[in-house]
Design a protein around this ligand. Structure first.
Ligand SMILES: Nc1ncnc2c1ncn2[C@@H]1O[C@H](COP(=O)(O)OP(=O)(O)OP(=O)(O)O)[C@@H](O)[C@H]1O
Ligand SMILES: [Mg+2]
Length: 303
């Protein structure tokens, strides 16, 4: 269970006159997400969705409020001692989200994150990218469950196959299209089989058809984990109302900056769902009406 309580985030910024200014990116956001649910965060550009997601992941500290995952406080990823800090920098310079294990009191929240710019390493092939993530995760699991080299490679190929990238395993990100890079980021996040996946607009760069295919693939993977009795929790930031409604158990609609949750819309339609389901369409329209209302109130923002 993820519990965000009264989360606020305030940034100090320097304006064009060189003066310090404050900006409230997230204001008083409380959200409780039970295990195994799919929740979408929907809202206009700049309303603090990515910031909130990074706070959930423990990558940024909130200025107000707390996040607990399974009763454990999520801390900003600062190593406690100087020695740990040096080791941390040396080892995890590039991929802090997967490096939960070395954090201050080792909270070990089992989270994978897909960033908005789907940070994959350009100097590694698709396969090496996934292998690297698995190796990092493996290093965390010293002892018992560590995978062998061959198993890591097999698993990496398995997840590349799942996102339709098996044939591109040996290509570098620069040789992939934007959508393929996004799928690679998805494969990398899935490969570590986390309990929670945080996704920041994971399907933004793919065409409509591929997008629908990936949404269904994500749901299929989610089903698979729920059949084992341990369903993965997915939190998804998106601009796509239809995607949010189709995928989610609940849609949290953010208001324009400063971002705060203006409505929580449960989507209680049984899965598998039809995209054209009347109830889904109705929720979709209600959300669009909310945005329309915001646009009428404040004419200078776009979703
Ligand atoms: N490190 C930072 N320093 C100062 N301001 C920041 C910082 N990070 C984000 N912001 C500001 O906080 C606000 C929210 O940003 P955020 O990236 O969370 O928005 P978003 O909802 O993800 O937008 P988008 O949908 O365009 O991705 C923006 O006004 C942004 O300029
Ligand atoms: Mg964002």
């Amino acid at each position: 269970m993820i519990e965000a309580k009264s989360i606020g985030k305030f940034f100090s910024v320097v304006n064009e006159k060189g003066l310090a200014e404050g900006l409230t990116a997230v204001l008083n956001v409380s959200l409780t997400i039970p295990d195994g649910k799919i929740v979408s965060l929907l809202g206009p550009s700049g309303c603090g969705k990515s910031t909130f997601l990074e706070i959930l992941a423990g990558l940024q500290a909130p200025t107000d409020g707390t996040i607990h995952i399974d009763g454990k406080l999520v801390l900003e990823p600062l190593p406690a001692t100087r020695k740990e800090q040096i080791a941390y920098r040396r080892r995890y310079r590039f991929i802090s989200p997967l490096a939960n294990g070395v954090f201050r009191d080792r909270p070990k929240h089992d989270i994978a994150m897909i960033f908005q710019d789907y940070a994959v390493f350009p100097w590694m092939t698709a396969l090496q990218n996934v292998v690297f993530a698995l190796k990092l995760r493996n290093a965390d699991r010293r002892g018992g469950t560590a995978l062998k080299k061959r198993e890591i490679e097999e698993k990496s190929l398995y997840y590349l196959h799942k996102v339709g990238l098996a044939a591109s395993a040996h290509k570098y990100p620069s040789q992939l299209s934007g959508g393929m890079r996004q799928r690679l980021a998805l494969a990398r996040a899935l490969s570590v089989e986390p309990k929670i996946i945080l996704m920041d607009e994971p399907f933004a760069a793919v065409d409509a058809l591929t997008r629908e295919k990936l949404q269904d693939e994500l749901l299929r993977l989610w089903y698979e984990t729920s059949e084992t009795g341990n369903p993965i929790t997915i939190i998804l930031v998106t601009h796509d109302v239809q995607e949010a409604v189709y995928l989610s158990d609940e849609v949290a609609v953010f208001s324009p900056s400063p971002g705060t949750i203006r409505n929580r819309m449960p989507v209680e339609v049984r899965r598998p769902r039809a995209r054209t389901d009347a109830e889904l369409v109705e929720i979709h329209e209600r959300i669009l009406a909310m945005f329309q209302y915001d646009i009428n109130q404040e004419s200078d923002y776009s979703i």
